[in-house]
Design a protein. Structure first.
Length: 282
């Protein structure tokens, strides 16, 4: 068993204990909202939580997981609780021997804008937790400064969303519950161009990338600070939401695919902006 803080703690062995039930109940939004905490499952996400600045409350590891992931056990410190595999499995079927309880994250749009962001993803009515989590992961990978979700979008503390971010939820500020029109106005006032990703958009993403940094009048310049607006998985952007943007941009499809799913299109758009923002190497 791994040495370090918590290594000698009593092993939790009763999968029907109240503590175990309380952790498992965090899968429900009403419980999360009352407790102000959420569930983080699996070694990758928990590692990012304990080694970053996340407000971790408790970390549960099986003895085998404590040996296999010493960085998690050490990062957990006095918050580490050793538990039998049966206990951890009762807490979460997706734990892989590692579960954490974390205080809910509380980023704000004001704080994001105070940081002079150059790249932001704004999700309008995105309701599938796997899609939203993958966009957060892609935004993190592309170097985005924040991900914003409209009030009609999925709860960012949904367990499936948290898992699908693979820890990126703890790297990039994520703000939820926003009024879409007000958020767009705030982004524009802060100097960001707002581009709607839309399969029928009037501008081709490749064409914009070709002229980034020297776009002629009338064309969006991807080298500018940009907020990308992405719509719902099933119906895309509603007309009134698309009208909020400065321009609509389509991702070119050169093969026979009918369309791209939300997460893939978001990844392509965010990376295009990341490329346009990158200083030339020389």
């Amino acid at each position: 068993m791994a040495d370090g803080p918590g290594a000698l703690a009593d092993l939790l062995t009763n999968p029907r204990a109240d503590r175990v039930k309380a952790v498992r109940a965090l899968a429900q939004r009403s419980v999360r909202d009352r407790a102000g905490r959420f569930l983080v499952e699996g070694p990758q996400a928990v590692r990012e939580a304990v080694t970053g600045a996340a407000p971790v409350h408790d970390v549960y590891l099986t003895p085998a997981a404590a040996d296999r992931y010493p960085e998690i056990a050490q990062g957990a410190g006095t918050r580490l609780r050793l538990a039998s595999p049966e206990v951890v499995d009762a807490m979460s079927a997706d734990a892989q021997g590692v579960v954490a309880v974390v205080d809910q994250l509380a980023a704000s749009l004001g704080a994001v804008l105070d940081g002079a962001p150059r790249l932001v993803a704004l999700l309008a009515h995105v309701r599938d937790p796997g899609n939203a989590g993958t966009v957060i992961r892609a935004a993190d990978a592309a170097g985005a400064d924040a991900v914003l979700l409209s009030a009609a979008s999925v709860d960012v503390h949904n367990p499936k969303l948290v898992r699908s971010t693979a820890g990126s939820l703890f790297h990039v500020p994520v703000v939820e519950g926003l009024d879409l029109a007000a958020a767009v106005d705030a982004l524009r006032t802060a100097g960001l161009a707002v581009l709607a990703a839309d399969g029928t958009g009037e501008h081709d993403l490749d064409d914009l990338l070709d002229v980034a940094g020297a776009a002629p009048d009338g064309l969006p310049d991807l080298a500018r600070p940009t907020a990308w607006l992405f719509g719902n998985e099933a119906w895309g952007l509603r007309d009134e939401d698309r009208a909020l943007a400065d321009a609509a941009v389509r991702v070119p499809i050169r093969g026979r695919a009918e369309s791209l799913n939300l997460a893939t299109a978001a990844t392509v758009c965010l990376y295009a902006s990341g490329r346009a923002h990158r200083a030339p190497r020389g």
